[in-house]
Design a protein. Structure first.
Length: 372
């Protein structure tokens, strides 16, 4: 499964130093090389299915192209926290890339369930296939066709995440414990997603419920479980995994809280999503729950009734003001700082490699202070 040309080495040693230097851009490039090679291999398997398989593979490539690669990076440093010198760097990168297939699966399904039109500035998967169906005037319902394509692609990417980790090239004795974590991770994120859609259907969520959704739909699979998968690949014991949870879970919560802020206040040119997209989609996030609790009654009623409806720029601006005036935005910023501080304190106590600790601190900042 290795690529025809070597991937960039994400860890080099500076002149006159024995300390490894992490090159985040090289790591992202290496992950992309491995994902491209894996999809090339899948394309060869699916050749007999003809043009439709090519279309599905093309959308899979779009789904795994670009992005911050935070999950892959946390996996890599979870490994290096336990075993600073990987025996096989390329195999480790392939294992980390499996997390990006899981992430792509979640995004494809999430966009369909949220009826999102775009992802990273391009049509969401279900919208792309819906448009193609409509453009060639096939039989049946274009929306149903787009839905079917998104469900199937998301399922395929989910299956491939298991396959790439299992076949990454590391010894099966090392991969087995990591696969157990991946199984748990996938169960958590899917159940968390169902909790999320159920909350939206009920049209109400208190802060505790919104935090539970946040924790299982995003926080665990974004940071805690990638750390665990990497550490499990390196042979970590239960105590080390628990110590990494002390860092990864609160950091994952802070990460998603930042995402919730960006979903309302983010710049569309940076996020690739329309202004106030979470408001239009009706997401009952922690930010929204806090605002509904604290806003003046008429403002809370306006926010509650507006969620999940089409909104123009002026309406989005008004709802942003409601959230700001309620103090919810500042509460979430304070929570991000507090959770990040708690995570870093746990990291300082964790029995991990010193260089990995420094790298994880940098990743923590990237995860919680981002603008996209």
């Amino acid at each position: 499964m290795s690529p025809t040309s070597p991937a960039p080495d994400p860890v080099e040693r500076s002149a006159g130093s024995t300390e490894p230097v992490w090159d985040a851009a090289a790591f992202r490039a290496a992950v992309q090389v491995e994902l491209d090679a894996f999809l090339d291999m899948q394309g060869q398997r699916l050749t007999a299915l003809g043009h439709d398989a090519e279309r599905l593979l093309d959308e899979a490539r779009q789904a795994v192209t670009g992005g911050k690669r935070l999950r892959a990076a946390f996996c890599a440093w979870g490994y290096r926290a336990v075993r600073p010198q990987p025996a096989d760097e390329a195999s480790l990168v392939r294992a980390c890339a499996a997390l990006e297939l899981l992430h792509a699966s979640a995004l494809v399904h999430d966009d369909f369930m949220d009826a999102s039109d775009t992802r990273r500035g391009r049509p969401a998967t279900h919208r792309r296939f819906e448009s193609e169906h409509r453009g060639v005037q096939w039989r049946g319902d274009p929306q149903q066709y787009g839905a079917a394509a998104a469900i199937l692609l998301g399922d395929l990417l989910l299956s491939w995440s298991d396959e790439l980790l299992r076949r990454c090239g590391l010894p099966l004795a090392d991969v087995g414990p990591a696969l157990e974590v991946l199984d748990l991770c996938r169960t958590e994120v899917i159940a968390g997603q169902f909790l999320d859609v159920s909350v939206q259907a009920r049209g109400r969520a208190d802060v505790d419920t919104a935090m539970t959704v946040l924790r299982f739909k995003s926080a665990k699979y974004s940071i805690e479980r990638p750390l665990h998968i990497g550490a499990a690949l390196a042979g970590a014991d239960g105590a080390t995994l628990a110590a990494l949870s002390g860092f990864g879970l609160p950091l994952g919560e802070a990460f998603q809280l930042r995402d919730d802020l960006l979903g309302v206040f983010g710049d569309p040119d940076a996020t690739g999503k329309p202004a106030g997209d979470d408001l239009v989609e009706g997401k009952r996030t922690v930010l929204v729950a806090l605002a509904l609790d604290a806003a003046a009654p008429e403002d809370a009623l306006l926010l509650d009734r507006s969620l999940g409806n089409p909104l123009d720029e002026a309406q989005v601006s008004r709802l942003r003001q409601v959230i700001d005036d309620s103090g919810a935005r500042q509460q979430v910023e304070d929570a991000i700082r507090g959770l990040t501080a708690r995570a870093l304190e746990a990291l300082d106590r964790a029995p991990v490699d010193a260089h990995a600790r420094a790298a994880l601190r940098e990743l923590a900042e990237a995860a919680t202070q981002r603008t996209v």
